[in-house]
Design a protein around this ligand. Sequence first.
Ligand code: UDP
Ligand code: MG
Length: 154
Amino acid sequence: MDLERTLVLVKPDGVQRGLVGTIIGKFEATGMKIVGMKLMHVSDTLAQRHYAEHEGKPFYAGLVDYITSAPVVALCLEGPDAIAITRKLMGATNPSDAPPGTIRGDFGVEISRNLVHGSANEGDAAREVGLFFSDEELIDYPRSNDVWIASDEG
Ligand code: UDP
Ligand code: MG
């Protein structure tokens, strides 16, 4: 069993459209554990750090404007294969390529308003969780039903 932590953002469009509960509910229903969660504004500095890999691309300025335009909900999710499972639930970057049942497929129509962020790989996840959460904001706790979500044998 590969226990991972990943960063999820309900982006400003998700918050503005009243989809926070729906989006978090989809992640929560898998059994992944919420170990960090907060409503926050993303500063220009944080946006630039978070999206550093996209600097110089044509959509970069619009992306920074979008993510800083209104509050986001930041989550740190933990579970076996949490990074890939989160990406699967999100669907493809462009909602028009995202299948029904995924967050972007069900609730989005356009790539620049695609509702949700999830870390792409282990390196990004560690970096992004560190950008959005302090150690004290990440809470390690047992759940009585953990054994029904993932067995020790993996
Ligand atoms: N994005 C955009 N236009 C593009 C490509 C990306 O507006 O042509 C935005 C979109 O919000 C996307 C984010 O930039 O979620 C980061 O792009 P990436 O390729 O990392 O997609 P993701 O990992 O979010 O699926
Ligand atoms: Mg990405």
